[in-house]
Write a protein that binds this ligand. Structure first.
Ligand SMILES: Nc1ncnc2c1ncn2[C@@H]1O[C@H](COP(=O)(O)OP(=O)(O)O)[C@@H](O)[C@H]1O
Ligand SMILES: [Mg+2]
Length: 289
């Protein structure tokens, strides 16, 4: 599904929460820049509190950024009015959250849950039923159509959640730690469903995750630290070649484990060794040691 067409692009994205109770402002995204390729699975990793959920909530149309551009397809969703946001959420994006209670309505069966987004759009019954069957087949749970969430396993719930997210044929599916609550065997199985659906439907997916099994699959992986992308890599980084990220202004993001070394220095030297090899010199500290 690789065609290198950029489908989502965030520029200078800032989100500052106003914490009314403690009367403080919490910067969650600090000038974030990122791109997601069309039809690909992109992962978003990073420590807790680094801004992953904030970014995904913005892409899901649940949250307005404080500043910046969030291009999805041909539209800047940061500029949406409330009504346009609702429309975007209903038609263009699907979401799967970590907690099953957030994805499904507990009183409804699997089949009824999958139909909810279609009912909201007024999809006629016949079409709705056909689509529901198709989606249940896609997640291989046709035999669970009439089960309620309490009668499903954790893994089955997330598969039904995925079917709900896909029901209105969104262009983008946003998944926030979707395997976070599952045991390793189940999450392995779920991961294969993400991959199958990505292949079958060509839908663009962004996943926030801590799941090492998922990271090891080698997808394009953005590392978020303190509300900024600090590196982009495919799978795990090796020891020798450390990925760094350069933003639109040419600022290099230094990996966290090397930050002490590079902190606010104005004496670094960049030397060009060849066409594509650059070296960064860190002069020895004279004073300290
Ligand atoms: N509704 C909110 N009000 C105030 N601060 C928030 C809110 N949501 C998140 N934050 C803060 O924003 C930062 C980023 O949080 P979050 O996006 O949830 O990170 P992650 O998903 O990577 O753990 C954290 O410091 C968090 O405490
Ligand atoms: Mg989170």
């Amino acid at each position: 599904m690789k065609n290198n067409e950029i489908f989502v692009e965030c520029t200078d994205l800032i989100k500052i929460y106003a914490d009314e109770k403690n009367r403080v402002r919490v910067p969650a995204l600090r000038g974030l820049e990122m791109k997601i390729n069309k039809g690909e699975i992109t992962l978003c990793v990073g420590p807790s509190g680094s801004g992953k959920s904030t970014l995904l909530n913005i892409l899901a149309g649940n949250l307005k950024p404080s500043a910046g551009v969030v291009r999805v397809g041909n539209t800047d969703i940061a500029k949406f009015t409330r009504a346009e946001m609702v429309d975007y959420r209903r038609k263009r994006v699907g979401v799967v959250w970590q907690l099953p209670q957030m994805n499904l309505i507990w009183e409804l069966s699997a089949s009824q849950n999958i139909q909810v987004p279609m009912r909201i759009l007024g999809v006629p019954r016949e079409e709705r039923m056909a689509r529901t069957k198709e989606l249940l087949e896609e997640v291989e749970l046709l035999d669970r159509a009439h089960h309620k969430p309490t009668q499903l396993s954790g893994g089955e719930i997330q598969r039904i959640s995925l079917a709900v997210a896909l029901s209105n044929k969104p262009e983008l599916v946003v998944l926030d730690e979707p395997t976070g609550e599952l045991d390793s065997q189940t999450s392995e199985k779920i991961i294969s469903f993400f991959e199958k659906i990505n292949e079958d439907l060509g839908v663009t997916m962004i996943l926030a995750t801590h799941d090492r099994r998922l990271i090891a699959r080698g997808y394009r992986t953005m590392l978020l630290v303190d509300g900024r992308i600090t590196s982009v890599r495919h799978g795990f980084a090796d020891e020798k070649n450390i990925p760094v990220f350069s933003d639109a202004f040419g600022a290099l993001q230094i990996p966290t484990n090397l930050r002490e070394l590079f902190k606010s220095r104005e004496d670094l030297l960049l030397s060009r060794e060849s066409e594509e090899i650059f070296k960064i010199f860190v002069p020895k500290d004279n004073g300290k040691e």
